[in-house]
Design a protein around this ligand. Sequence first.
Ligand code: SD4
Length: 342
Amino acid sequence: MLDRKSFLQSSLLGLAGISFPLKWKSLSPKTVWQNQPLVVSTWDAGIEANKGAWKILGNGGRALDAVEAGVMVTESSQNCCVGLGANPDRDGFVTLDASIMDEHFNCGSVAFLERIKHPISVARRVMEKTPHVMLVGAGAQQFAVAEGFPLEEQKLSPDAEKNYNEWQKEHKYRPIVNIENSKSHGPHDNIFDLSGHFNHDTIGMVALDARGNLSGSCTTSGMGFKMRGRVGDSPIIGAGLFVDNEVGAVTATGQGEDVIRVCGAHSVIEYMRQGLAPEEACRKAVERIARIKGEGAKQIQVAFLALSKEGEHGAYAIQKGFSYALHDQNDEKLVASKSYFS
Ligand code: SD4
């Protein structure tokens, strides 16, 4: 028999499309948080981004400031595919998505934003200066300019131009599902090139500060050669990013459509709320996507990265090859994620 509390809990979760067993077999051993700040972020570019975040966290600063400053490093980088240097959409324009969330459920995001170097900072302004959560396209750009963000030149980086010219030769303008899986898009292709190239176009970062507060950020150029107007999971609160200061902070990377389908980051938080450790919670969400996709799961990559309120961190991906960068008081390193397919 279910008591009334358990019944209500499972009914509410059922309504939200999330089913949990009433008792987990493997509860996370509760670690005790020791006032140690910590930041983790997706992919190898996270190493540099974490250094940016650590300048704030290591000096007792706020997690929110750290996750903004951290991913700005990647947005500015000439050697990475996040930001204005990234591959364009099918019409040849770079369009950017970003989101940010603090310890009080405040959140802001921008999507389909063009010609602005730091979409993450525009997302933060949306959060702090408007009554809204999300601005898109021309409206987001208008707001950014009104806030003093310079409008950059509309010009592809040399790498992106080369990749775009290559892509046009073979693919022309044809909206084909999973076209992004092709390996022929050049060395700066997106994550779906499973050949192990330096191949991402997104950074997600979650951090815990010395006061024990969590925040997260996520910024991306989305999938290279996407349809014009396509928006992925990264700016969708609950999909590419979610923070619940009582539980943890989670970000996602990979095929955004499949992350959105299961409200990915929010699902991982709910699994953690039920007592699962970060890696286990990420694995549950990945397995859910793999189940939904069936055979199609072999063609996609999705990874989740989670940080608990106690400072435990963990990740899980569909395909091997995903790693995340960690920076705390003792260490600065890349951690390889486990995966559904080995
Ligand atoms: C998107 N999730 O736009 C992003 C892509 C990504 O590494 O994470 N690439 O769907």
